[in-house]
Design a protein around this ligand. Structure first.
Ligand code: SAM
Length: 267
């Protein structure tokens, strides 16, 4: 268990300071850490990817639950700290978890191999959406994601048709997965305290009855929502045939997943 004082000391003795550019807000609230590990339903021997172990507060809880931990840390000083603290209890990958084209780094992929795993992490804010979408869309070995993220990102993931926060992120998450809000986390649970509220969510992949070209569908969603204020007729062209029940005067955010897929298939 790492208290706030432990985390401060661990950094101080190494001459480290929390770095904003790497989204370093350390989660020091033990109840929240426990809640995240419980939500992930870790059984002894389960393989877990932790992106950004930091000082290792969550890593410790994962190891206590019996997980086999693969951790990826971008910050050299923190990677050294993790290596010293956990030795070969943790398979550590040093560097950015995302590589070219915001795909999962080949170094991380290599360590993960073919056996199933889940993501359990207090994600750095700037990498949260690309990481979650990459794992959902392109990593079939990932059986679930249990993460803390900015509440605003959680709201976008959970947005229903017609809601203002509805956009490509929520469409992809709800087409290819199921998303559940586990709870809200106030800034006081982190050090340094972020300016925004956080949320804990679970994203689990869904088996589709009929597979679709995921990358093309993601591009289609991004295209539609890049002009979200416009009506479908303006975005797609007046002559464009629309599936039955969809009107050219509608705006993209009112479309359900089924309607979006029907529209995509007619493209
Ligand atoms: N796991 C720790 C905790 O719960 O307190 C730290 C979480 S902190 C929000 C985010 C961590 O991710 C930091 O350790 C940061 O250095 C690391 N990080 C940031 N960007 C990263 C990236 N692209 N790849 C790997 N690690 C990253």
């Amino acid at each position: 268990m790492q208290s706030l004082t432990d985390i401060r000391n661990l950094l101080e003795v190494r001459g480290l300071k929390p770095l904003k550019q790497f989204g370093q807000n350390f989660l020091h609230d033990q109840n929240q850490i426990r809640r995240l590990v419980e939500a992930a339903g870790i059984e002894p021997g389960d393989r877990v990817l932790e992106i950004g172990p930091g000082t290792g507060a969550l890593t410790e809880a994962l190891l206590e639950a019996g997980a086999e931990v693969i951790a990826c840390e971008i910050d050299t000083g923190l990677a050294d700290l993790v290596a010293d603290r956990f030795g070969d209890q943790v398979q550590l990958v040093r560097g950015d978890c995302l590589g070219q084209g915001r795909r999962l780094s080949p170094d991380v992929e290599k360590v993960l191999g073919d056996a199933p795993w889940s993501l359990v992490a207090n994600l750095p804010y700037q990498a949260a959406s690309p990481v979650m979408i990459e794992l959902l869309m392109h990593q079939p070995g990932c059986r679930g994601q249990f993460v803390t993220i900015q509440k605003e990102v959680a709201d976008r993931l959970l947005a229903s048709p017609g809601e203002k926060a509805r956009g490509p992120l929520g469409i992809l998450a709800s087409t290819f997965g199921t998303i559940e809000r586990i709870g809200v986390i106030p800034p006081s649970c982190f050090w340094p305290q972020p300016k925004v509220v956080s949320a804990m969510v679970a994203l689990r992949p869904l088996e589709l009855e009929q597979e679709i070209d995921r990358q093309a569908y993601a591009r289609f969603g991004t295209m539609l929502f890049s002009s979200r204020r416009k009506q479908l007729g303006r975005i797609l062209g007046r002559d464009r045939r629309l599936p039955e029940g969809i009107e050219p005067s509608w705006r993209p955010e009112v479309l359900t997943n089924e309607q979006l897929i029907a529209l995509f298939r007619l493209d």
